[in-house]
Design a protein around this ligand. Structure first.
Ligand code: ACM
Length: 268
Protein backbone atom coordinates (compact mmCIF):
# COMPACT_ATOMS: atom_id res chain seq x y z
CA UNK A 1 0.00 0.00 0.00
CA UNK A 2 1.31 3.44 -0.92
CA UNK A 3 1.83 5.87 1.94
CA UNK A 4 1.81 9.68 1.88
CA UNK A 5 4.71 10.76 4.06
CA UNK A 6 6.54 14.01 4.62
CA UNK A 7 7.82 16.62 7.02
CA UNK A 8 7.33 20.17 8.17
CA UNK A 9 10.53 22.22 8.33
CA UNK A 10 10.12 25.49 10.20
CA UNK A 11 11.79 27.94 12.56
CA UNK A 12 10.59 27.50 16.16
CA UNK A 13 10.79 30.50 18.49
CA UNK A 14 12.75 29.61 21.64
CA UNK A 15 10.54 29.06 24.68
CA UNK A 16 7.29 29.99 22.93
CA UNK A 17 5.51 26.68 23.21
CA UNK A 18 1.99 27.92 22.39
CA UNK A 19 3.17 29.96 19.43
CA UNK A 20 5.12 27.01 18.01
CA UNK A 21 2.25 24.57 18.52
CA UNK A 22 -0.16 26.97 16.79
CA UNK A 23 2.22 27.37 13.88
CA UNK A 24 2.50 23.60 13.40
CA UNK A 25 -1.24 22.99 13.72
CA UNK A 26 -2.01 25.73 11.22
CA UNK A 27 0.57 24.39 8.77
CA UNK A 28 -0.75 20.83 9.00
CA UNK A 29 -4.43 21.76 8.92
CA UNK A 30 -4.67 21.42 5.15
CA UNK A 31 -2.13 18.67 4.55
CA UNK A 32 -3.17 15.34 3.06
CA UNK A 33 -0.78 12.76 4.53
CA UNK A 34 -0.56 9.49 6.44
CA UNK A 35 2.60 10.41 8.34
CA UNK A 36 4.27 13.76 8.99
CA UNK A 37 7.60 14.19 10.79
CA UNK A 38 8.41 17.35 12.77
CA UNK A 39 11.87 18.52 13.90
CA UNK A 40 13.58 17.77 17.22
CA UNK A 41 12.28 19.91 20.15
CA UNK A 42 9.98 21.92 17.86
CA UNK A 43 7.90 23.47 20.65
CA UNK A 44 10.40 24.29 23.41
CA UNK A 45 13.32 25.33 21.21
CA UNK A 46 16.76 23.75 21.54
CA UNK A 47 19.53 25.80 23.13
CA UNK A 48 18.72 25.75 26.86
CA UNK A 49 20.87 27.63 29.34
CA UNK A 50 20.82 24.57 31.55
CA UNK A 51 18.69 21.88 33.07
CA UNK A 52 16.71 24.32 35.23
CA UNK A 53 15.53 26.26 32.18
CA UNK A 54 14.75 23.04 30.32
CA UNK A 55 12.68 21.88 33.29
CA UNK A 56 10.34 24.87 32.84
CA UNK A 57 9.73 23.97 29.17
CA UNK A 58 9.57 20.16 29.31
CA UNK A 59 6.22 18.40 29.62
CA UNK A 60 4.91 15.00 30.61
CA UNK A 61 3.19 13.67 27.45
CA UNK A 62 0.45 12.18 29.66
CA UNK A 63 -0.40 15.68 30.90
CA UNK A 64 0.44 17.96 28.00
CA UNK A 65 -1.83 20.39 26.13
CA UNK A 66 0.75 20.23 23.30
CA UNK A 67 0.39 16.47 22.90
CA UNK A 68 -3.40 16.65 23.32
CA UNK A 69 -3.74 19.19 20.51
CA UNK A 70 -1.51 17.15 18.19
CA UNK A 71 -3.51 13.99 18.91
CA UNK A 72 -6.70 15.92 18.14
CA UNK A 73 -5.20 16.94 14.83
CA UNK A 74 -4.31 13.29 14.11
CA UNK A 75 -7.93 12.34 14.81
CA UNK A 76 -9.39 15.12 12.67
CA UNK A 77 -7.13 14.33 9.75
CA UNK A 78 -6.77 10.59 10.29
CA UNK A 79 -2.98 10.90 10.18
CA UNK A 80 0.11 10.12 12.24
CA UNK A 81 2.72 12.57 13.49
CA UNK A 82 6.26 11.90 14.68
CA UNK A 83 7.51 14.85 16.68
CA UNK A 84 10.46 15.79 18.80
CA UNK A 85 9.47 16.53 22.41
CA UNK A 86 11.11 17.75 25.63
CA UNK A 87 9.78 14.96 27.83
CA UNK A 88 9.57 15.33 31.60
CA UNK A 89 9.09 12.03 33.45
CA UNK A 90 9.27 12.33 37.24
CA UNK A 91 12.78 13.68 37.98
CA UNK A 92 14.13 12.87 34.51
CA UNK A 93 14.04 14.89 31.30
CA UNK A 94 14.53 13.23 27.92
CA UNK A 95 15.06 14.54 24.41
CA UNK A 96 12.30 12.40 22.96
CA UNK A 97 10.38 11.63 19.82
CA UNK A 98 6.70 10.75 20.01
CA UNK A 99 4.68 8.70 17.54
CA UNK A 100 1.12 10.05 17.69
CA UNK A 101 -1.95 8.86 15.84
CA UNK A 102 -5.75 8.88 15.99
CA UNK A 103 -5.57 6.41 18.89
CA UNK A 104 -3.27 8.68 20.92
CA UNK A 105 0.38 8.35 21.94
CA UNK A 106 1.63 5.14 20.32
CA UNK A 107 5.31 5.15 21.29
CA UNK A 108 7.98 7.32 22.92
CA UNK A 109 11.61 7.12 21.80
CA UNK A 110 14.20 8.76 24.07
CA UNK A 111 17.35 10.03 22.34
CA UNK A 112 20.17 7.59 23.03
CA UNK A 113 23.11 9.74 21.91
CA UNK A 114 23.07 13.24 23.38
CA UNK A 115 24.89 15.90 21.38
CA UNK A 116 27.31 18.37 22.95
CA UNK A 117 25.70 20.58 25.66
CA UNK A 118 22.54 18.46 25.62
CA UNK A 119 24.56 16.35 28.07
CA UNK A 120 24.27 19.19 30.61
CA UNK A 121 20.49 19.26 30.34
CA UNK A 122 18.96 15.93 29.37
CA UNK A 123 19.09 12.39 30.72
CA UNK A 124 20.24 9.82 28.15
CA UNK A 125 17.55 7.59 26.64
CA UNK A 126 16.61 4.47 28.58
CA UNK A 127 14.08 2.69 26.35
CA UNK A 128 15.09 -0.04 23.85
CA UNK A 129 14.70 0.69 20.14
CA UNK A 130 11.32 -0.33 18.79
CA UNK A 131 9.33 -0.27 15.56
CA UNK A 132 5.58 0.35 15.34
CA UNK A 133 3.04 -0.18 12.63
CA UNK A 134 1.49 2.76 10.77
CA UNK A 135 -0.96 1.76 8.04
CA UNK A 136 0.87 -1.48 7.35
CA UNK A 137 4.36 0.11 7.34
CA UNK A 138 6.91 -0.48 10.11
CA UNK A 139 8.12 2.83 11.53
CA UNK A 140 11.16 3.40 13.74
CA UNK A 141 12.35 6.63 15.34
CA UNK A 142 15.71 8.19 16.15
CA UNK A 143 16.66 11.78 17.00
CA UNK A 144 19.23 13.97 15.27
CA UNK A 145 22.79 13.03 16.41
CA UNK A 146 21.77 9.36 16.52
CA UNK A 147 22.53 9.47 12.78
CA UNK A 148 26.28 9.27 13.41
CA UNK A 149 25.88 5.90 15.15
CA UNK A 150 25.03 3.46 12.33
CA UNK A 151 24.05 0.94 14.99
CA UNK A 152 20.78 2.85 15.48
CA UNK A 153 19.47 2.62 11.91
CA UNK A 154 20.85 -0.91 11.66
CA UNK A 155 19.04 -1.99 14.83
CA UNK A 156 15.80 -0.43 13.59
CA UNK A 157 16.24 -2.19 10.23
CA UNK A 158 16.89 -5.53 11.94
CA UNK A 159 13.69 -4.92 13.92
CA UNK A 160 11.93 -4.60 10.56
CA UNK A 161 11.67 -0.83 10.08
CA UNK A 162 10.61 0.25 6.60
CA UNK A 163 10.79 3.94 7.46
CA UNK A 164 13.05 5.70 9.96
CA UNK A 165 11.59 8.99 11.19
CA UNK A 166 14.34 11.37 12.22
CA UNK A 167 13.37 14.61 14.01
CA UNK A 168 16.47 16.82 13.97
CA UNK A 169 18.03 20.15 14.99
CA UNK A 170 21.22 19.76 12.96
CA UNK A 171 24.04 22.22 13.42
CA UNK A 172 26.73 20.30 11.51
CA UNK A 173 26.66 19.73 7.76
CA UNK A 174 27.39 15.99 7.45
CA UNK A 175 24.11 14.29 8.25
CA UNK A 176 22.01 14.78 5.14
CA UNK A 177 24.56 13.15 2.81
CA UNK A 178 25.31 10.38 5.29
CA UNK A 179 21.65 9.42 5.51
CA UNK A 180 21.83 8.29 1.86
CA UNK A 181 24.31 5.62 2.98
CA UNK A 182 22.22 4.74 6.06
CA UNK A 183 19.29 4.08 3.69
CA UNK A 184 21.37 2.16 1.16
CA UNK A 185 23.08 -0.12 3.69
CA UNK A 186 19.76 -0.92 5.37
CA UNK A 187 17.42 -0.66 2.35
CA UNK A 188 15.06 1.63 4.24
CA UNK A 189 13.33 4.96 3.83
CA UNK A 190 14.35 7.84 6.09
CA UNK A 191 12.59 11.12 6.74
CA UNK A 192 14.89 13.70 8.32
CA UNK A 193 12.88 16.71 9.55
CA UNK A 194 15.28 19.49 10.45
CA UNK A 195 14.60 23.01 11.71
CA UNK A 196 16.16 26.20 10.43
CA UNK A 197 16.92 29.64 11.88
CA UNK A 198 18.81 30.04 15.14
CA UNK A 199 18.42 29.97 18.91
CA UNK A 200 20.06 33.23 20.01
CA UNK A 201 20.45 32.99 23.76
CA UNK A 202 22.39 34.87 26.48
CA UNK A 203 25.06 32.10 26.51
CA UNK A 204 25.51 31.94 22.72
CA UNK A 205 23.84 31.25 19.42
CA UNK A 206 23.24 28.04 17.49
CA UNK A 207 22.31 28.04 13.81
CA UNK A 208 20.39 25.15 12.30
CA UNK A 209 20.90 23.85 8.81
CA UNK A 210 17.44 22.96 7.40
CA UNK A 211 17.68 20.78 4.27
CA UNK A 212 15.12 18.32 5.56
CA UNK A 213 14.85 15.33 3.27
CA UNK A 214 13.18 12.09 2.30
CA UNK A 215 15.48 9.26 1.21
CA UNK A 216 14.43 5.98 -0.41
CA UNK A 217 16.07 2.55 -0.24
CA UNK A 218 19.19 2.30 -2.44
CA UNK A 219 20.14 5.73 -1.12
CA UNK A 220 17.95 7.68 -3.51
CA UNK A 221 17.23 11.26 -2.47
CA UNK A 222 13.53 11.84 -3.17
CA UNK A 223 13.42 15.39 -1.91
CA UNK A 224 15.55 17.91 -0.04
CA UNK A 225 14.32 21.27 1.30
CA UNK A 226 16.25 24.52 1.04
CA UNK A 227 18.43 25.42 4.00
CA UNK A 228 16.55 28.42 5.42
CA UNK A 229 12.95 28.19 4.27
CA UNK A 230 9.69 26.96 5.77
CA UNK A 231 8.85 23.80 3.86
CA UNK A 232 5.95 21.38 4.07
CA UNK A 233 6.59 18.43 1.83
CA UNK A 234 4.57 15.26 1.23
CA UNK A 235 5.38 12.46 -1.21
CA UNK A 236 4.01 9.02 -1.93
CA UNK A 237 6.19 6.04 -1.14
CA UNK A 238 5.80 2.28 -1.33
CA UNK A 239 7.06 0.89 2.02
CA UNK A 240 7.23 -2.59 0.46
CA UNK A 241 10.38 -1.45 -1.39
CA UNK A 242 12.14 -1.49 1.99
CA UNK A 243 11.39 -5.21 2.32
CA UNK A 244 13.40 -6.13 -0.79
CA UNK A 245 16.77 -6.73 0.85
CA UNK A 246 18.26 -8.50 -2.18
CA UNK A 247 21.09 -6.39 -3.65
CA UNK A 248 22.41 -8.98 -6.14
CA UNK A 249 21.01 -12.36 -7.16
CA UNK A 250 23.16 -13.92 -4.43
CA UNK A 251 23.14 -11.23 -1.74
CA UNK A 252 20.52 -10.26 0.79
CA UNK A 253 21.83 -7.50 3.04
CA UNK A 254 19.97 -8.79 6.09
CA UNK A 255 20.51 -12.55 5.85
CA UNK A 256 24.13 -12.14 4.66
CA UNK A 257 25.09 -10.43 7.91
CA UNK A 258 27.50 -12.32 10.22
CA UNK A 259 26.46 -11.10 13.68
CA UNK A 260 28.55 -13.79 15.38
CA UNK A 261 31.58 -11.75 14.26
CA UNK A 262 30.20 -8.42 15.43
CA UNK A 263 30.82 -9.06 19.12
CA UNK A 264 33.08 -5.97 19.52
CA UNK A 265 30.03 -3.84 18.74
CA UNK A 266 28.13 -5.04 21.79
CA UNK A 267 31.00 -5.73 24.17
CA UNK A 268 32.93 -2.51 23.40
C1 ACM B 1 21.70 17.34 17.51
O1 ACM B 1 21.72 16.17 17.89
N1 ACM B 1 20.70 18.14 17.78
C2 ACM B 1 22.80 17.86 16.71
Amino acid sequence: MMLKVGYYQFRPAFGRINQNVSKVIKALATVDADLIVLPELPFSGYYFQGREELKTLAEDPADSPTVDSLINLCREKDMHIVTGFAEKKHEKIFNSSLLLGPTGLIHTYRKLHLFSEEKNCFDPGDIPLQVDEVRGAKVGMMVCFDWIFPEVTRSLAVLGADIVCHPSNLVLSFCQQTMLSRCLENTIFAITANRFGSDKRPHGELRFTGKSQVVAPKGVLLHRAPSQKTTLHVCEIDPALARKKQITALNDIMTDRRPEFYQPLVSG
